[in-house]
Design a protein. Structure first.
Length: 541
């Protein structure tokens, strides 16, 4: 599989020992492939180099301004920008190397400090190739299996770290690396602009008006770049499509992924009714035969980078958008999460994220993780020491919303079609915190939008389900693949999972219980992780 080049930098630690060697090493070894959106940049002046990819949706900062801000150590100001970016800054005089990621997490950056080298890349696989004898990180592996959404600086490979969103990576000669959060969450909480609404209808109108502002800000930045939009049967993506239609005279297409086994997520009939109501142009993209382990491409993507995105499905979908000339697409990602951003929820996320993750993990017992993990695996999974070892990064945004962009980066990059996420914006959180306090708990989206029948159609006011039936086809239609992976289970040898029991059930056709709760998803994560470990010959200790 031929892939696009990625941002990549490999340096010898001894190359930091003097200014000239450091400068020449950076110039020689930095790979910065051109990109349309977000655009690449490279600026060198005053004994410094600033390079990467950058777009912001507010202040319109130039490459020269970026270099000056980095040189002036304005990391908090940069980290708080609303945009999509990855910034590399090299101070040749001080022999310092710094990398800053954005708040949205759309530009992951992986690193390894193994041996005498420093390796940095947006490609997990490129970093993995530089490690002589990679081994599994036990803590992160359990996070992966259990679908943990909280963001840390670790990955499933012990020798590879990652720079979390809005975090500054810093390394200087003779020192260990440091990771510093650049966003003062407590400052945001104290100063974020909030208007407390007395009625739900007033709040709804204010929320939609604020989202409209975010959509228009992003349209201004796009200029003449051709864009598209996701459209499902739900509220979030359809609201974005409606606002796009009413914010620009430019023509754009709405695209919907459809399959007969995921009508609860995206129903073509409902989509077509919404499209007709607002005179939109739509295109249905069939993913009928694309599900976990259904194609060779699914396995090839999985070998490169294990995460919770069906890369094969997303790749085929974005190829359609690309073939129609689109370079970006608007998404409804983060809509659920931002509406949960009342003050109590933000307080809990900031102050008790570790405890919250622990209780979420216990909660997963109710949803079937015990059908996959053995008693030994569960004991390690819920061991408090495992949680105390974590370095969870604070974020103003929900980790589940950030995770979508992080996990889809590889495919967005390969296809050259970039996601635009207007729901993931700090200004919108301020509006969401103004939900009427008299309501007590957060109302459902059906309640929030019930008065806006000018936007939504009747059929949308139902509980939207996920795509579990479609995803679960790997159990009923690809049992041989599942069995072949479990036959060589490294996690089974470790005693973490019930490999033999699961194999027995699948051979007997007893798969119904895996469709209860989230057991099917936990099992899929095990299979994906196993496939990655086995095909890359990863040590499991």
């Amino acid at each position: 599989m031929k892939l696009r080049e990625h941002f990549f930098l490999k340096l010898s630690k001894s190359g930091f020992s003097d200014k000239l060697t450091f400068k020449n090493s950076i110039r020689k070894n930095l790979k910065l492939p051109a990109n349309k959106f977000p655009p690449d940049f490279r600026e060198e002046a005053d004994g410094c180099l600033c390079a990467g990819y950058f777009i912001d949706y507010g202040k319109k900062i130039s490459a020269r301004q970026l270099l000056r801000l980095c040189k002036s150590e304005k990391w908090n100001e940069l980290g708080s920008l609303v945009g999509d970016f990855l910034i590399l800054f090299c101070d040749f005089d001080q022999q310092r190397l710094l990398v800053l990621t954005d708040q949205t997490g759309k530009f992951p950056c992986f690193f390894s400090m193994a041996g005498d080298s420093i390796v940095l890349s947006t490609s997990f696989h490129n970093v993995l190739k530089e490690i002589e004898s990679p081994s599994m990180d036990n803590n992160s592996a359990l996070d992966y299996i259990s679908r943990n959404i909280f963001i840390t600086d670790r990955t499933v490979i012990k020798e590879i770290g990652q720079i979390p969103p809005a975090v500054l990576f810093e390394y200087r000669y003779g020192d260990s690396y440091r990771l510093n959060n650049t966003v003062d969450i407590n400052w945001y909480e104290r100063n974020i602009q909030t208007v407390q609404h007395s009625s739900l209808s007033d709040f709804t109108n204010a929320f939609i008006a604020s989202l409209c502002e975010r959509v228009r800000e992003r349209l201004v930045v796009l200029k003449d770049i051709k864009f598209a939009a996701d459209l499902t049967s739900g509220f979030d993506s359809s609201l974005v499509c409606y606002l796009l239609k009413n914010s620009t005279n430019r023509q754009f297409n709405c695209y919907s992924r459809v399959a007969s086994t995921m009508l609860e997520d995206t129903d073509p009939v409902v989509v077509n009714q919404f499209v007709k109501k607002h005179d939109l142009v739509s295109k249905l993209v069939s993913i009928e035969n694309i599900f976990p382990f259904s194609t060779l491409s699914y396995n090839k993507w999985l070998k490169l980078d294990p995460n919770q995105t069906n890369k094969s499905e997303l790749y085929e979908y974005l190829l359609v958008l690309k073939s129609d000339g689109n370079n970006v697409y608007f998404q409804g990602v983060g809509g659920d999460e931002v509406l949960w951003s009342n003050k109590n929820a933000v307080d809990i996320n900031l102050r008790y994220s570790l405890q919250q993750e622990y209780f979420y993990s216990i909660w997963k017992l109710k949803y079937g993780i015990g059908k996959i993990l053995s008693n030994k695996g569960l004991e390690i999974f819920l061991d408090k020491t495992r949680f105390q070892e974590k370095n969870i990064q604070d974020s103003l945004f929900s980790p589940s919303a950030i995770g979508v962009g992080h996990d889809s980066f590889l495919i967005n990059w390969e296809t050259g079609v970039w996601p635009i996420t207007p729901f993931i914006d700090p200004g919108l959180i301020g509006v969401a915190m103004g939900m009427p306090r008299s309501l007590g708990s957060t109302p459902s989206k059906q309640e929030i939008f019930r008065m806006r029948t000018d936007i939504f159609i009747t059929e949308q006011f139902r509980q939207k389900q996920g795509a579990e039936e479609h995803v679960g086809r790997y159990l009923t239609e690809r049992p041989k693949v599942v069995l072949s992976i479990l036959k060589n289970s490294r996690l089974g040898e470790k005693g973490w999972i019930k490999a033999e029991e699961i194999v027995h059930d699948i051979k007997k056709g007893k798969v119904e219980e895996y469709f209860e709760g989230d057991a099917m998803s936990f099992l899929l994560n095990v299979l994906e992780l196993e496939y990655f470990l086995q095909t890359n010959n990863i040590k499991v200790n």
